[in-house]
Design a protein around this ligand. Structure first.
Ligand code: TRP
Length: 393
């Protein structure tokens, strides 16, 4: 039997950190030989939210370097940039015509990306205070007062109650939803269709994704089945493979939160490009507790547990062994050792990165070769679809 076809999309996000590396990238690299893997840097998806062109361009190359340095082997896997293959956009258009507005409306990521929670909360406060809004509601009910039988006191109480109640909240929610929806781009709304095109172009069997992307793979399946039902077998219906989360690496500042680049504090994450000095500093400042006992206890000792976890994954040593080893150590010594392990872990990766920095043409060539290697399959799928739908001569 032919190898399973696996497609993964990589967002060309900014700097990657050890949370990305230990939590996800390591898994990508594993099992490279077993499947027919396609890794695609999804720059067309990136522009669904505002991007600085210069920074985006840099990030595409930077991401490619990072994945190659982490161990994606161009001999075993294909790595390419989405916009280098025009078939993605072209298929997305055709799929658009087999996708319903209602389906897209239900996608939650669109809602999350288009209305930032912080702004929402602020708006809600303002709207609640805003007299105009209350006035509008009042206007609707003022007519009732014309009726002589209305008890003014009761009426007043009921209006006030209503204003505080859910219905009013929902009106506010709806106003905010509307506001954000009309200020988000059509591209963001259409994001899942482009993603379906990515997947379906390559007759993908499996799509490894995080939980947040499962809904998008389901849409790709629905669209594939719908087209197949109409025109006969055009697409392979893909399966989502929900990635078992690798190590869940937490923030060094607030170890109850996942490590994230979007964090305000630079000390909360260790970037894959951080030098030894920076890594020592960040671990030295890592939040712990005042017990001075090195023991894994996620609830009571989230900081120390996170450090133990990082060391365990970085050195492939079970946590109990580490607890034993550090039974007589203080936090300062332990933190320094954790930093050493991470520095050691990142060393080969950083060496490769330095090589790629000097030889960006090599990285560009890998990407160009990748885009060429996948061309026949993408073109074949697109031809099949166009024929099925009745496009062209
Ligand atoms: N939406 C995915 C993410 O945010 C990235 C992506 C784009 C993707 N196209 C894909 C993932 C196709 C899997 C398959 O992570």
């Amino acid at each position: 039997m032919a190898n399973k076809r696996v497609f993964s999309g990589i967002q060309p996000s900014g700097d990657l950190h050890i949370g990305n590396y230990l939590g996800a990238m390591v898994n990508w690299v594993r099992g490279q030989g077993e499947h027919d893997n396609v890794f695609c840097i999804v720059d067309l998806h990136a522009i669904t939210v505002p991007q600085d062109p210069k920074i985006l361009k840099k990030r595409i190359l930077e991401n490619a370097k990072m994945y190659l340095a982490a161990g994606i082997d161009p001999k075993k896997s294909t790595l390419f940039v989405q916009s280098d293959r025009p078939e993605h956009s072209e298929l997305a258009w055709i799929l658009n015509c087999f996708t319903y507005m209602g389906e897209m409306n239900r996608m939650t990521q669109f809602k999350e990306k288009s209305n930032q929670t912080k702004v929402r909360t602020e708006m809600k406060k303002i709207l609640k205070k805003q007299k105009g809004y209350t006035t509008k509601y009042l206007e609707k009910r003022l007519d009732e007062l014309k009726d002589a039988k209305t008890n003014t006191q009761e009426w007043f109480e009921s209006v006030m109650l209503e204003i505080q109640k859910e219905q009013f909240d929902q009106e506010i929610e709806a106003t905010i939803d509307n506001y954000f929806a009309s200020n988000a781009t059509v591209g963001l709304f259409d994001y899942p269709v482009l993603m379906a095109a990515d997947i379906l172009l390559y007759d993908t069997d499996e799509v490894p994704v995080g939980d947040d992307q499962k809904q998008h793979v389901e849409i790709a399946r629905d669209i594939a089945k719908r087209v197949n039902n109409k025109f006969g077998k055009v697409f392979t219906v893909p399966e989502p493979i929900i990635k078992k989360e690798g190590a869940r690496i937490m923030s060094l500042v607030d170890p109850t939160k996942k490590m994230a680049k979007s964090d305000d504090s630079e000390n909360s994450y260790v970037l894959l490009r951080d030098n030894a000095d920076t890594i020592y500093k960040k671990f030295a400042r890592a939040t712990t507790d005042s017990e001075n006992v090195i023991k894994f206890d996620k609830e009571k000792k989230p900081g120390i547990s996170n450090l133990l976890n990082i060391m365990s994954v970085a050195t492939e040593t079970p946590i109990p062994e580490l607890e034993k080893k550090y039974a007589d150590s203080n936090y300062g010594e332990f933190k320094k050792d954790v930093a050493d392990c991470v520095i050691e872990l990142l060393k080969p990766l950083q060496e490769k990165l330095a090589e790629y920095d000097k030889n960006e043409d090599y990285v560009r060539k890998v990407l160009k070769d990748g885009a060429e290697a996948v061309a026949p399959r993408a073109q074949a799928t697109l031809e099949r679809v166009k024929k099925a739908v009745g496009l062209g001569l």
